[in-house]
Design a protein around this ligand. Structure first.
Ligand code: XMP
Length: 518
């Protein structure tokens, strides 16, 4: 539990609720998202927020049984900001009226004209109407007692309303999205009027996290942490090492599916530069033998996952006296999202992790990044002195190069893939594009094609290059390289990597594609 002032976001299931949290974190305000069906009067009293935001959502407040905020919210004496569905439930619960559709639905860009001055809107309307992003079918038809209008749009006569005496604010649009350019200003005004001081900085977080780890682990217990080479596990390990020193042992399960030079880099950095006790489980043979002949993507993933757990467990047991397992779980993984369909989501890919191990080995979990988003983890890594080249790295999947080698994995293919990927990433860095891209990699395709090099015919491997932009890996778009860049890269790869005679560029977005090929 944080000692900072806390803001509670009650989630009614909007697609963009996480963006509200992002905007608040950018203002150094600590907040948590909780689904409406978990937030009752008792929860609210225990959480003791300094302010509350009600998110948007897909339901209609006119439907009997639709979601509501707990009644005690209205007498808690804290500022409340309702957004879209949040605005509508606020109005209805406080005695106003909401109606459905009938020609007043608005989706997309709209312009709001201001009215009387309001503390929430400082900096707004200085040059006339403001652009906002609307997405609503229902609209407020009658205001609750105490409320006044402070902004209107052609489709929403009650686009901005408030009862400033009670510090209740309600907006029909979404200030958290980039299409509402002054949205960040609105949130800044809201947290200021609520009395937040913006003291939730990464440095403060680092110091508190170290203290919390000390308290959780106690004076004698030992911790084991799996290193993957990725940012999350690296930051977790360095943070825990700061807290309890040599009582942390890291296990790096080297499955022989890492990129060129990556295993040496991980070992060099943790063992040598950071002095963290590290077991390098060099188990490439075990994994590659088990993968031999396996073509089905799920079979490959499951095999790697199973072996990973076995190897990790063997080494963790050998350390002796371990009571805790450290994991780099992030906030997006722990937010319990509101599912209106009610059904379980489909498994698209079996993700590889150490799930099940804590129970099996009787270990307790230490998860010091549970409250952070990915870019906050990077900021924390910088606070902890991790090198920029490491902190800014693109994500790399747990099953490694096996899922970039569709079909059967062989040592020959892995070797070609490693060298081609290194040339591709070098090209991206040389052209100054690495930071603009969420993830870039080469994949080796399960086919050979005919080519001509010098005077001879070739019959060699084909590669696919992939590069995507994304904010969270959930959706992605292909990166629009110039043709010159692609041509230069293809030429370099074919000239420098023996065994490749053809290069494709993947222009599929996600959805319908996934980022990895398997
Ligand atoms: P997909 O391919 O599902 O990938 O669009 C989304 C993001 O997740 C990464 N990824 C994984 N990460 N274990 C991981 O730790 C996995 O099994 C795994 N599979 C995919 C992928 O690299 C991308 O960043």
């Amino acid at each position: 539990m944080t000692q900072h002032d806390r803001l509670l976001i009650i989630d009614f299931g909007s697609q963009v609720t996480q963006l509200i949290a992002r905007r608040l974190r950018e203002l150094n305000v600590y907040c948590e998202i909780h689904p409406y069906n978990r937030v009752d009067d008792a929860f609210l009293a225990a959480f003791a927020p300094k302010a509350v935001i009600l998110s948007g959502g897909p339901d209609s407040v006119t439907r009997p049984g639709s979601p509501r905020a707990p009644d005690s919210l209205w007498t808690a004496g804290v500022p409340v900001l309702g957004i879209c569905y949040g605005q509508q439930t606020m109005m209805q619960q406080l005695g106003g009226r909401v109606e459905s559709g009938h020609g007043t639905a608005e989706f997309g860009r709209a312009f709001v004209t201001g009215g009387a001055p309001l503390d929430l809107l400082e900096g707004w309307f200085e040059n006339g109407p403001e652009q906002v992003w609307m997405s609503h079918g229902d609209h407020v038809a009658a205001l609750a007692p105490g409320f006044r209008v402070y902004g209107t749009s052609p489709g929403a006569p009650y686009a901005i309303t408030a009862d400033p005496a009670r510090r209740f604010y309600a907006v029909q649009f979404h200030p958290e999205v980039h299409h509402t350019p002054k949205g960040a200003r609105l949130y800044a005004n809201f947290v200021r009027l609520a009395g937040f001081t913006g003291d939730w900085t990464m440095r403060a977080y680092r110091d508190e996290a170290i203290e919390r780890i000390r308290q959780q682990v106690g004076p004698t217990a030992r911790v084991v942490c799996g290193l993957s080479g990725g940012v999350d596990s690296a930051v977790t390990a360095v943070l825990i090492h700061r807290a309890i020193g040599e009582r942390l042992t890291c296990v790096f399960v080297d499955h022989g599916l890492m990129r060129l030079g990556e295993a040496d880099e991980v070992v060099g950095m943790f063992r040598d530069a950071f002095n963290i006790p590290l077991i390098h489980a060099d188990e490439g043979d075990l994994f590659l033998t088990a993968l031999e002949g396996l073509e089905d993507p799920e079979a490959k993933r499951k095999t790697i996952g199973r072996l990973f757990v076995e190897v990790f467990e063997r080494h963790a047991r050998a350390i002796g006296g371990v009571e805790f397992l450290a994991q780099g779980t992030l906030y997006p993984d722990v937010i319990e999202s509101v599912s209106f369909s009610g059904g379980p989501s489909v498994t698209i890919k079996s993700h590889h992790n150490v799930g099940g191990l804590p129970e099996k080995m009787g270990l307790k979990l230490v998860e010091p990044l549970r409250e952070l988003f990915k870019d906050e983890v990077r900021a924390l890594g910088r606070e902890l002195g991790l090198p920029e080249a490491f902190v800014g790295r693109h994500p790399f999947p747990g099953p490694g190069l096996a899922i970039r080698c569709p079909g059967a994995v062989t040592r020959e293919k892995l070797d070609i893939l490693r060298r081609a990927d290194a040339v591709y990433i070098d090209q991206i860095r040389r052209h100054g594009l690495y930071e603009a891209i969420w993830q870039a990699f080469a994949a080796i395709l399960p086919m050979r094609t005919v080519g001509v090099m010098g005077d001879g015919r070739t019959y060699d491997h084909a590669l696919a290059l992939r590069a995507v932009t994304s904010v969270d890996g959930m959706t992605a778009d292909y990166y629009p390289f110039t043709h010159d860049f692609l041509a230069e890269t293809a030429t370099r790869i074919i000239n420098e990597v023996r065994g490749v005679n053809r290069v494709f560029y993947d222009v599929t977005s996600k959805p319908p594609g996934t980022i990895e090929l398997e």
